[in-house]
Write a protein that binds this ligand. Sequence first.
Ligand code: SAH
Length: 398
Amino acid sequence: MRQLVEVKVKPKSVKNIMNGYPLLAKEAVENSGVTMDEGSILRLVDSSGRYLATAYYGLQNKGIGWVLTRKEQEKIDTTFFVKKISAAVARRKNLYETEDTTAFRVFNGEGDGIGGLIIDYYDGFYVVNWYSEGMYSFREAVYQALGEVAEVRGLYEKLRFNTNGQYVEQDDYVSGEHGEFPLIVSENGMKYAVDLNDGAMTGIFLDQRNVRKALRDKYSEGKTVLNTFSYTGAFSVAAAFGGAVQTTSVDVAKRSLPKTIEQFAVNEIDHEAQDIKVMDVFDYFRYAARHDLKFDVVVLDPPSFARTKKISFSTAKDYPKLLKDTLKITSDGGVIIASTNNASFNMKKFKTFIDKAFTETNTSYKILEEHQLPEDFTVPDNYPEFNYLKVVFIKVMK
Ligand code: SAH
């Protein structure tokens, strides 16, 4: 039996919960000392015992659980999950119907009403990401609901708990058709090779779809494009599609080389005409400066934190320095596409990092466009802090 616990919300957090704030922080509750099991249903009440919301207990790096409903009578059962997932599917109707895009997010955790649960779609296959043991305790009901709501060709899952949010190495297949990997998905007419059963990541970050399109359609024709922290080279493929004279992809991970070659190959782009470097980006900056290399467009999409033998990097601290290094190898009049998915600072703060880098190098600049999460990465109303992606296209004026 699932445990039901009454939890008192501290006065200062009551209003937030009433306004729809989805996350239950440890500091928001009075009796956080009470032992709660993963997956317990929490009846959130104010200090006078008045009902506020129903949540579940699930430890994540962000908080101790998530609000599921503010309707006292609503039960957390298969019907509940059917309701949430079918609403999410309906919201993505356009994407389901868009033939030249076959990979997107179907369910975005708190943005679709259930924090800790993420569902992505890859050409008929569904990948479910579970962010806590508590959320995972609803597995059967969620899979039943998903099967009722969607036509599931094959189902895969990723467990993102027990190891500090790290992925647990396992066979991710759950049910239905076994995918043959690489599976080729489309995005705005470009092809991407993905593998749904090879670790936490699939080969493409779906939240950058609009950025890849903008790069292809508006910034690549006749340009040299440097893609740093390139992973499988998804931005390089977009640039090549857009008519870049050459792309250069730089990533320190050895597997990035065969993966990037594969992404070019599935699009019938000759990878030998492109440059792919397995190298630390910080070493590459020195190499490029030494050889007087300049690029018309530079994509900068580092991980929030990176540690190699030589350096330790955090976007919250080091982004201005990263931009300064980039400026040295960007042509006058060139464009830097600066991106970060670090949730600990917002767009306004990110722009101060940009301004700092340009001001300190006496370079003027113009912001050409800005992107945050695309429409399928739903964010809770009134709580933009859950919109973690920040991408700014900057023109270097000199
Ligand atoms: N921009 C990519 C995603 C980047 S994921 C895309 O849109 O597809 C972050 C990547 O940074 C990983 O592939 C990782 O291998 C790489 N990375 C981390 N530290 C690095 C470093 N110091 N130099 C080069 N690559 C690095």
